[in-house]
Design a protein around this ligand. Structure first.
Ligand SMILES: [Zn+2]
Length: 193
């Protein structure tokens, strides 16, 4: 998978499906708020309660975690003046309230776009944000993977992740082994040598 972004364009129209390189797009995750200088976007007021909910969503931590894409690099806002640009290093995955099993993916600085650049996301996104249940376990990393990888692919990747995070005490790193256990893939296969 091609991971890029630094100094490259990351503009995508609202509600366009995620895709990487030449791989087919996956419709279960739609982009929201991938703004960039030179591309027009919808403007308008967004309710304070939505902004407050976004703040809570960003602050929530595993086992109710909305951040994903943590290793994909950093993003800086090209709508801000050069030298003084807001930035972020994660994305947020928000359940699509109108389509169970589907999601919206946005940069975690979406609140910055709204507050400082008058961006107004589509209504379906705003209503989905308001319907997020902060008391229900949710793992954006797992859900994102399940939205675009087959079970076999996840098994391969998660066996690697289990080894990679073996020494980590971060609670969310339990997710890989838990997923393998829940799917009957634990203990992992013998490594071919
Ligand atoms: Zn900005």
């Amino acid at each position: 998978m091609e991971l890029q972004f630094k100094n490259e364009s990351y503009y995508f129209p609202d509600l366009s499906p995620y895709r990487f390189g030449d791989a087919p797009p996956f419709e279960r995750v739609l982009r929201i708020g991938w703004l960039e200088a030179g591309h027009d976007y919808q403007r308008g007021a967004v309710d304070d309660e939505v902004m407050a909910k976004l703040t809570e969503i960003k602050a929530s931590r595993w086992p109710t975690l909305f951040h994903f894409g943590l290793i994909r690099g950093s993003y800086s806002c090209t709508l801000c003046p050069k030298g003084d640009r807001a930035g972020c290093s994660t994305e947020l995955l928000i359940q699509n309230a109108e389509k169970p099993g589907s999601y919206f993916g946005c940069l975690s600085m979406i609140d910055h776009f709204i507050r400082d650049h008058n961006y107004k996301p589509p209504e379906v996104f705003l209503s989905s944000v308001m319907k997020v249940d902060l008391n229900r376990p949710f793992d954006a990393v797992l859900s994102y993977d399940e939205a675009h990888l087959s079970v076999d692919a996840m098994r391969d990747v998660y066996e690697i992740h289990v080894r990679r995070v073996a020494g980590s005490t971060a609670p969310e790193n339990r997710r890989y082994r838990q997923w393998l256990e829940e799917h009957g893939f634990w203990p992992p296969r013998e490594k071919q040598s």
